[in-house]
Design a protein around this ligand. Structure first.
Ligand code: GDP
Length: 345
């Protein structure tokens, strides 16, 4: 990651960092002593940043061990290193804990269907979408309304356009007129094609149209918006599954599915993510609005609870405010003292 990007990430994560690193610094003045009050305070700070109880307890125990090893008193940097190491490992080693594996069995809670023979939409174990000539890669963006889905699509479109890809967006959230309109405006602004059929159009038809157009015009990436109403698992699956099947038929494989989660919604966001991930096959998460929260630790709680990889994080409202997620860089941006901070804004 370029220096400028790391700096931006650090700034975006300032609220959470101030909440933990700042408070640790204020309380201990750079030295951490081994006593129950200190350990309680550390644990409480980690929990308040939404890292989850399990991770907070584990990290506090590791800190206790480190301080003991260092003779009963450690530097703040030494403590931060323990936190960084734990978080990097937790995020890197997260293994999916969600059962849904393909669009074919998605939305069905019955275990018998999981072993069904002749399943057409089986996903490969590792979804690493490669670019195939003449066949566009499709990113399918799902999530509850208001989480930042449309903005994320614009950010991804902009990111990939900068990378030299020929990007198209498809306004598949036809339930909300504003969603179609907003995506069209973003597409215009960043200079990518947008396929839309207005409000109440059939999302599957919009996506079919988009894929036809992408093939005809030589686009290599189509990013699809979807409806974000969360009523019941089956209606969610009906809506999303129909579109996913159109994509599969057209490109010969499942789309890469990204679930957008608003970091500000904390434990609620985690629950939402769980419902989605149990209903449709999610490849990874985009965690948005990390800049607006002091609870950026939710990334860790999500990795521990769902085991789904966080692939992108959103740290602001402009199209530039997105970063590919890297556990080590994230841990360093969140839990380091002063390094790389060029302004305090
Ligand atoms: P959608 O309903 O899920 O499509 O959500 P939108 O993309 O319309 O976003 C909802 C609001 O969240 C808008 O005001 C966005 O500007 C804002 N937003 C989206 N992503 C971020 C982010 O990473 N940081 C901040 N601060 N705001 C964001």
């Amino acid at each position: 990651m370029a220096w400028g990007a790391f700096d931006k990430l650090r700034k975006g994560l300032r609220k959470t960092r101030d909440g933990i690193v700042g408070r640790l610094g204020d309380i201990f003045g750079g030295r951490v002593r081994l006593d129950p009050e200190t350990l309680d305070a550390i644990e409480e700070m980690l929990i308040s940043a939404d890292l989850g109880v399990q991770a907070s307890l584990r990290i506090t125990r590791s800190i206790e061990k480190r301080v003991k090893e260092e003779g009963g008193e450690s530097s703040l940097e030494s403590v931060l290193e323990v936190i960084r190491k734990d978080i990097t490992a937790t995020l890197r080693d997260a293994k999916p804990r969600i059962k849904v594996r393909s669009w074919d069995e998605a939305g069905d809670d019955s275990p018998k269907k999981k072993g069904k023979k002749g399943r057409k939409l089986e996903r490969e174990p590792e979804t690493v979408p490669e670019i195939r000539p003449g066949v566009p890669q499709v990113i399918f963006v799902v999530g509850v309304n208001g989480t930042g889905k449309t903005t994320t699509i614009a950010k991804l479109a902009h990111y990939y356009k900068q990378e030299g890809r020929k990007v198209m967006v498809a306004a598949g959230d036809t339930f909300r007129a504003a969603a179609v309109e907003q995506l069209t405006i973003w597409a215009d602004r960043i200079g990518v094609d947008c396929i839309q059929q207005g409000q109440n159009a059939d999302p599957a038809a919009v996506v079919f149209d988009a894929l036809q157009a992408a093939e005809a015009r030589g686009h290599d990436l189509v990013i699809v918006d979807t409806a974000g109403r969360l009523h019941t698992k089956s209606s969610l699956m009906d809506e999303l599954g129909k579109v996913a099947r159109v994509i599969h038929k057209k490109i010969g494989r499942d789309p890469e599915t990204l679930l957008v989660v608003d970091a500000n919604t904390g434990q609620n966001g985690l629950q939402q993510a769980k419902v989605f991930a149990e209903t449709v096959p999610v490849d990874g998460l985009v965690l948005t609005k990390l800049d607006g929260t002091a609870k950026g630790g939710i990334v860790v709680a999500i990795a521990e609870t769902l085991g789904l990889p966080v692939l992108w994080i959103g740290v602001g409202e402009t199209v530039e405010d997105i970063a590919p997620f890297d556990p080590e860089i994230f841990a360093r941006a969140l839990f380091s003292d002063g390094e790389g901070e060029t302004t305090t804004a």
